[in-house]
Design a protein. Structure first.
Length: 346
C-alpha cells in the first residue's frame, strides 16, 4: 500500500470506529453469564456446551466467544473434540460476579444506561445538556432523579460505583496521610465502598455516609453490614440541607457532576462546617493542564455531558474552586490510575 493510500485508510481510524463493537462484545458476554459459567465449570467448555447452558444459539455463541478470544478475555484450545474455551486472568478477576474486584455491575450499568445516553452524543454536543429526556423520557433538570428513576436503576448505579472503589479506593485514600483525621463525612458516599476502604486503612477513624434518604436506605440494606460499627449514616441533600461538622470531608466523584457555580456553592458549605485544622479530600479523574489527556478522562468528560451537569477538570481548576471556598495549601497527588486526589485544608 502506498503512502497516499495509508493516508486514506489509517489503521487508527478503523480501530476507533470499531471501538463501540469492542465494548458491546464485553457487555454481552457479561450479561449472558459467559465468564461466570466458565468459572463455575472449573474446566474449559465447547461453544455448544456454553450455548446450551446459557440458552443461546450455537452459531451466535461461537462468534461471541471467538471475539472474546480476540479481546484476550477468553483463551481457546483446539482439541480432537473441537475448540474449548476458558477464562483468562483478566476476565476471572474483573468480569465474574463473585470476584472481590469484579467490575460486572459497572459493565451492566454502562451497557444498559450509559450506552443509551451516548446514542444521543451529537444532540448533547449541540445542546450542551444531558440526554435523559431522549434516552428515557425523563426530565434532564434533575440528573440524579433520572439516575435513580427506579430502585433497580439505583442499585445498578450504586453497585457499579462500589466496584470502582474496590480497585481504586485504596490508592486515592493513601495518596495523603489522613491518619490525623478521625471524624470523616463521605458526602454522596452511596454504597459505602470508599468508606469501608477508609476505615480499613485508618482503623481509628469513623466515617459517616451522607446521602439522599433512599440511597442511605439501600446502602444499609444491601451494601454495608450492620456489624461495621465504624461506618454511620446521615440522610440529607447537601445542596438543600446543612452539612454537619467534621474534621475531614470526602467528595469522591461529586464535583464532576456539577457546573462551577454548584461546586462553589457546595464547597462553601463544606468550608463553613469544617472544623479548624480540618480539610476536604477531592477524588476525581484529572485532565492534564493542557487538556491533552488522559484519554480516559476526556471520555469521562463526554460522559458527564450526556449524563450530568458537570465536566472533568484540571488540577488547577479544582484548586481554584477549593481556594475560592477558603481552603488553603491545596495539594495534588496523581495516583497513576483512573482517579487522583486533592487535599485542601482549613
Amino acid at each position: 500500500m502506498s503512502s497516499t493510500e495509508d493516508l486514506h485508510y489509517p489503521q487508527i481510524i478503523l480501530q476507533y470506529s470499531s471501538g463501540f463493537l469492542v465494548s458491546k462484545v464485553m457487555f454481552t458476554a457479561c450479561e449472558l453469564g459467559v465468564f461466570d459459567l466458565l468459572l463455575e465449570s472449573g474446566e474449559p467448555l465447547s461453544s455448544g456446551a456454553i450455548a446450551a447452558r446459557l440458552g443461546a444459539s450455537t452459531t451466535g455463541m461461537e462468534r461471541l466467544l471467538d471475539a472474546c478470544v480476540g479481546l484476550k478475555l477468553l483463551a481457546v484450545e483446539l482439541t480432537q473434540e473441537g475448540a474449548l474455551y476458558r477464562n483468562t486472568e483478566i476476565s476471572t478477576i474483573y468480569l465474574t460476579k463473585s470476584s472481590p474486584r469484579s467490575q460486572y455491575h459497572m459493565m451492566m450499568y454502562y451497557s444498559n444506561t450509559v450506552y443509551l445516553c451516548w446514542h444521543y452524543l451529537a444532540d448533547a454536543v449541540r445542546e450542551g445538556r444531558n440526554q435523559y429526556e431522549r434516552a428515557f423520557g425523563i426530565s434532564p433538570k434533575d440528573p440524579f432523579g433520572a439516575m435513580y428513576r427506579s430502585e433497580e436503576e439505583m442499585l445498578k448505579f450504586m453497585a457499579g460505583q462500589n466496584s470502582v472503589w474496590s480497585i481504586c479506593g485504596r490508592d486515592v485514600l493513601a495518596a495523603f496521610d489522613l491518619s490525623p483525621f478521625t471524624q470523616i463525612y463521605d458526602l454522596g458516599g452511596g454504597g459505602g465502598a470508599l468508606a469501608r476502604e477508609y476505615v480499613s486503612l485508618y482503623p481509628n477513624s469513623t466515617v459517616t455516609i451522607y446521602d439522599l434518604p433512599k440511597v442511605v436506605q439501600v446502602a444499609k440494606e444491601r451494601f454495608v453490614p450492620p456489624e461495621e460499627r465504624r461506618i454511620a449514616f446521615r440522610e440529607g441533600d447537601f445542596f438543600n440541607d446543612s452539612v454537619p461538622e467534621a474534621e475531614l470531608y470526602i467528595l469522591s466523584k461529586i464535583l464532576h457532576d456539577w457546573d462551577d457555580d454548584k461546586c462553589r456553592q457546595l464547597l462553601a458549605k463544606v468550608y463553613k462546617a469544617c472544623k479548624s485544622g480540618g480539610g476536604v479530600l477531592l477524588v476525581e479523574s484529572l485532565l492534564n493542564e493542557d487538556r491533552s489527556g488522559p484519554l480516559e478522562t476526556q471520555l469521562y468528560s463526554m460522559n458527564m455531558l450526556v449524563q450530568t451537569e458537570g465536566k472533568e477538570r484540571t488540577a488547577a481548576e479544582y484548586s481554584k474552586l477549593l481556594e475560592a471556598a477558603g481552603f488553603r495549601g491545596v495539594q495534588v497527588k496523581r495516583t497513576g490510575k483512573l482517579y487522583d486526589a486533592l487535599l485542601g485544608m482549613k
